[in-house]
Write a protein that binds this ligand. Structure first.
Ligand code: RP5
Length: 165
């Protein structure tokens, strides 16, 4: 039987997939099972609230929610679950993601959303933040995270060595 998903990735539209794929790629790299769903806080509010409120009972541990424009997805999801919710603001639109950043990050006290950077870097970091949370109780993931950091360090060193000639 396939592993039960530990992370639920939600996005407001299929147009968000090229960005949110970065989060999924990290989860694949670290061998963490996930599920990815399209659901909009505005266009499909009932479906969104059901996905959020049923997640914990299905064994989900963390939810990543990516949305653009007046991005209320992460906040609405956070209102319907006590699982940690990580928000990713999408770039694009007239304000190029600043609208989504403010909509996602400016939660009222009581309902937190851990908001990442706008766009692909934010989605990638959302994936890594999930791994960091799960690694608190998982030695394999803790070691894999240390290896990941050490690889990054070596990569910077190699680039600097190449620059020096
Ligand atoms: C948001 O509106 C979505 O998350 C997406 O980023 C944005 C535009 O959606 P589409 O019009 O491309 O479906 O709800």
């Amino acid at each position: 039987m396939a592993d039960m998903p530990k992370v639920l990735i939600m996005m407001g539209s299929d147009s968000d997939l090229p960005v949110m794929q970065e989060a999924a790629d990290i989860l694949v790299k670290f061998g963490v099972a996930y599920e990815i769903r399209i659901s909009s806080a505005h266009r499909s509010p009932v479906r969104t609230m059901a996905l959020a409120s049923e997640a914990a009972g299905r064994g989900i541990r963390i939810i990543i929610a990516g949305a653009g424009m007046a991005a209320h997805l992460a906040g609405v999801v956070a209102a319907k679950t006590t699982l940690p919710v990580i928000g990713v603001p999408m770039p694009g639109g007239a304000l190029n993601g600043v609208d989504a950043l403010y909509s996602t990050v400016q939660m009222p006290g009581g309902i937190p959303v851990a908001t990442m950077a706008i766009g692909k870097a934010g989605a990638k970091n959302a994936g890594l933040f999930c791994i960091q949370i799960l690694a608190l109780n998982d030695e394999r993931l803790a070691k894999a995270l240390n290896d990941y950091r050490s690889d990054m360090d070596k990569e910077v060193e190699a680039k600097d060595a190449a620059l020096q000639g």
